[in-house]
Write a protein that binds this ligand. Sequence first.
Ligand SMILES: Nc1nc2c(c(=O)[nH]1)N[C@H]1C(S)=C(S)[C@@H](COP(=O)(O)O)O[C@H]1N2
Ligand SMILES: [Mo]
Length: 173
Amino acid sequence: MIKAKNMKKISFFFFILFSVPAIATLSAQEHSSPVLTVSGEVTNPLELHLADLQNMEKDTARLLDRSGKMHLYKGVPVIKILQHAGVTLGASLRGENLSKYLLVTAADGYQVLFSLAEVDTSFINRKIILAYEMDGKALPLETGPLRLVVPAEKLPARSCFEVVAFYVGWGRE
Ligand SMILES: Nc1nc2c(c(=O)[nH]1)N[C@H]1C(S)=C(S)[C@@H](COP(=O)(O)O)O[C@H]1N2
Ligand SMILES: [Mo]
């Protein structure tokens, strides 16, 4: 028989064993810096953590690497992130809004540019995703945690690694 006194010790031990890592995980999430900021011509600027992106709508896209090898990526459709930020898309993407653009910035300073019409699925027929997984695993440290995957281009040059920011600009003077 386990004595009541020992029972208390045992339950305290299990309390510590399970609650400390849980609390540590929670605070790591709260205090960690966001992985993606979305700013510029948006009604709702965003600072997203990896978990926020993983909880959004998912899609997959295939992309050949420089050596001709095919990879399967999983992530969030870029259009969903822009919709969440309140960007003029769909029926609102007309007239003067057609000179708006998405500037994507990476941690190494690399930048790539798209007109909004190029990423809006009411204009184009391909799915551009912000990937957090390649071939079933988190992206490698050097290229992660986020990579833009732009299918249906002759080169993977706009498929920007280590994405940190989306900026929506407006081309008018
Ligand atoms: N952040 C970042 N992304 C980048 C680059 C870069 O220099 N920095 N190079 C681009 C170029 S020119 C190519 S060809 C592809 C290579 O992707 P791969 O390793 O899947 O072949 O990454 C693109 N993404
Ligand atoms: Mo390239």
